[in-house]
Write a protein that binds this ligand. Structure first.
Ligand code: COA
Length: 326
């Protein structure tokens, strides 16, 4: 019986302050409109972190919610992997800051940098630690404070992003009767660094000492997203001998409603089988998939046995897809 990473619980956290398109345009004096933003992106609102909130505090809140759903304590977690492009600082990692906020000294943790694909990358890393037998439990967290890195004078990017965090508790399913069928089936990751200048931060916590801002060539990223996401989802299904009709839920990265709808059509899924949060959360980068997952698992849409496809693309370019059975 192979070891599988079972999804034991999902949780999320959103900052209290919600900002509508109209409020955003007014607050930053932007030449934009609610109509333009809704028509091109499907975004109506986004949440904005309070001054004292950071990726680690958002992530810790999401982790507490996921642990509660799983019925587990923080000191039962062997590994914490955090996907973030907005860490509190270069180090300590967001993961160990969260470990401390949760009051645990057990195990180990580190951050993953893969921009909006970060959660899919982090899930794959944690899954491999579990499959190898090195850990039995893992917290996989996506936590982002993009409000701190967007250029609030650039209407082409600042309207697209929001803050939030989502978390998933993984547990080794060794020896369980249904473990071969449930849990993370496989993850498929890609990167092509030659497209790095399409979506990047021009400074930041790295070595050049400047606080960077997000820069994007949106229409080029859009074209890559539609083709690369379709390809990687087909790759994931083929690797498991599954077809479009086996998919119960699409939980996509929430960047743009038009990209999400295109992927739903590609999988021939009715709209109610596609989990959408971009309208209320905007693009929360690595946090968007676990936020959407927590919502659909929490309100009872995703049921045990359901096959879920997660897919994302982001700066790098990086992209990937995960198939999981709840
Ligand atoms: N309000 C009003 N007009 C805006 C605007 C805004 N918020 N943002 C851009 N525009 C204008 C541009 O200035 C441009 O005007 P011009 O034709 O006079 O130069 C026009 O709208 C078209 O710009 P373009 O960038 O070609 O628009 P688009 O149809 O590609 O839509 C995005 C822009 C960003 C919504 C779209 O490209 C997109 O969603 N891309 C993918 C982004 C993404 O998902 N990134 C994250 C991946 S993880």
């Amino acid at each position: 019986m192979p070891i599988r990473s079972l999804i034991a619980g999902c949780g999320s956290y959103l900052p209290e302050r919600s900002l509508s398109n109209v409020e955003l345009a007014q607050a930053y004096g932007l030449d934009t409109s609610d109509e333009w933003i809704v028509e091109r992106t499907g975004i109506h609102n986004r949440h904005i972190a309070a001054p004292d909130e950071t990726a680690s505090t958002l992530g810790a809140n999401a982790a507490r919610a996921a642990l509660a759903r799983a019925g587990m304590r923080a000191d039962e977690i062997d590994l914490i992997v955090v996907a973030t492009a907005t860490p509190d600082s270069a180090f300590p990692s967001t993961a160990v800051r969260i470990q401390a906020l949760l009051g645990s000294t057990r195990g180990f943790g580190f951050d993953i940098s893969a921009a909006c694909t970060g959660f899919v990358y982090a899930l794959n890393v944690a899954d491999n630690f579990i499959r190898s037998g090195q850990v039995k439990t893992a917290l996989v967290i996506g936590a982002e404070v993009f409000s701190r890195i967007v250029d609030w004078t650039d209407r082409g990017t600042c309207v697209l992003f929001g803050d939030g965090a989502g978390a998933v508790v993984l547990r080794a399913g060794e020896g369980e009767g249904t473990a071969a069928d449930r849990g993370i089936l496989s993850t498929h990751l890609h990167a092509d660094g030659s497209f790095g200048d399409l979506l990047f931060v021009d400074g930041g916590a790295g070595s050049n000492g400047t606080a960077g801002k997000l820069r994007m060539t949106g229409n080029a990223v859009f074209r890559h997203a539609v083709s690369k996401l379709a390809d990687v989802v087909d790759e994931a299904l083929a690797a498991n001998g599954l077809g479009h009709s086996d998919v119960r839920w699409l939980v996509p990265h929430q960047a743009n409603r038009r990209i999400i709808d295109a992927m739903g059509r590609k999988l021939k899924l009715p709209p109610e089988r596609v989990v959408v949060t971009v309208d209320r959360h905007a693009n929360t980068s690595a946090a968007s998939i676990p936020l959407a997952l927590a919502e659909a698992a929490g309100d009872g849409r995703i049921q045990p046995g359901d096959l879920v496809v997660m897919e994302a693309i982001g700066g790098g370019l990086t992209w990937g897809a995960t198939l999981a059975r709840f």
